[in-house]
Design a protein around this ligand. Structure first.
Ligand SMILES: *[C@@H]1O[C@H](CO)[C@@H](O)[C@H](O)[C@H]1NC(C)=O
Ligand SMILES: *[C@@H]1O[C@H](CO)[C@@H](O)[C@H](O)[C@H]1NC(C)=O
Ligand SMILES: *[C@@H]1O[C@H](CO)[C@@H](O)[C@H](O)[C@H]1NC(C)=O
Length: 181
């Protein structure tokens, strides 16, 4: 684990140095949400809204029907579009309850979590006894964090999350993102 983390940090520093100027704009292009178990959760909102050319945000709201949720995992993968989407760098499952208890325990998950936590009520550890909301997450709020930190090459990406409760996959959300210079 320590080795993995060191490698990750070294990787970030190395690539940040060489690629930091590659692009400057992060933009959401689409969001998709799907409940796999409608007795467990229902999406009430899943939208990308363009207010004007420079202000676009996404909002997701999911109603949990079997409260409280005391055991949750998230599988997430980053995929890059070439011919279809192919895996790019990250494909992992984390124990959400454990992660939320000590976010510094996983630097990769922490990076993605930092992108939306200020716009979400996923800001405490388990149990979850309320609807889950991500509200008005704009790419401006992410731009600062991502462009400073993540040296990904230009292109179209998808960040896919599988929401797993009690070891059963309950929902899938997909965030489509484009990085342009
Ligand atoms: C876009 O909309 C936001 C929020 O309503 C506003 O603050 C901003 O000034 C608008 N920008 C332009 C270029 O109209
Ligand atoms: C991610 O890894 C799992 C195995 O842990 C594999 O089944 C799955 O196909 C992978 N997904 C992607 C997008 O690479
Ligand atoms: C978590 O988010 C909710 C809703 O956005 C907010 O009211 C609350 O103060 C936040 N809690 C913490 C610990 O940041």
């Amino acid at each position: 684990m320590a080795i993995k983390l060191h490698f990750f940090v070294a990787f970030l520093m190395f690539t940040a140095y060489y690629l930091a100027e590659v692009y400057s704009l992060v933009e959401f292009t689409n969001v998709q949400c799907e409940s796999l178990d409608k007795d467990f959760c229902i999406f009430e909102k899943c939208l990308l809204k363009s207010v004007n050319r420079s202000y676009k945000y996404l909002s997701v709201s999911v109603k949990l029907l079997q409260l409280p949720v005391t055991k949750a995992k998230v599988h997430f993968s980053l995929q890059k579009r070439l011919n279809g989407y192919i895996p790019f760098l990250y494909n992992m499952t984390i124990d959400a309850c454990r992660f939320l208890k000590s976010p510094n325990s996983n630097q990769v998950a922490l990076f993605f979590y930092n992108c939306f936590k200020e716009h979400s009520n996923i800001n405490h550890t388990c149990p979850f006894d309320h609807d889950i909301v991500v509200d008005k997450l704009s790419y401006d709020s992410i731009n600062n964090k991502v462009t400073k930190m993540l040296p990904f090459p230009e292109g179209k990406y998808m960040f896919e999350m599988h929401w797993i409760a009690y070891d059963i996959s309950r929902a899938i959300t997909k965030f489509f993102i484009s990085l342009t210079s």
